[in-house]
Write a protein that binds this ligand. Structure first.
Ligand code: FES
Length: 79
């Protein structure tokens, strides 16, 4: 599974750096680093929805507040 976090300027302002750091921590904690590839991307054109996170082509809108739920539902449950 490939998880791509937009690090364009609009998403950066909405916390993409925090999202990346927390995702790294969660992946480590759950020992999923080998199964999930974490990457960054430039603006994906969905700035209004930021922070934009793309998983295998599907775009999600994630905030630091919703990251925990998002991780469980879209990553941990599907990997
Ligand atoms: S900056 Fe993230 S979608 Fe544009």
């Amino acid at each position: 599974m490939k998880v791509t976090v937009c690090i364009g300027s609009a998403c950066h302002l909405k916390g993409s750096k925090i999202i990346v750091e927390e995702l790294q921590g969660l992946l480590q904690k759950r020992r999923l680093e080998e199964k999930v590839e974490l990457a960054g991307s430039f603006c994906t054109g969905n700035c209004g929805e930021g922070v934009c996170v793309t998983i295998d082509g599907a775009v999600f809108s994630v905030t630091p507040d919703t990251l925990g739920d998002f991780f469980e539902k879209e990553i941990a449950a599907k990997v």
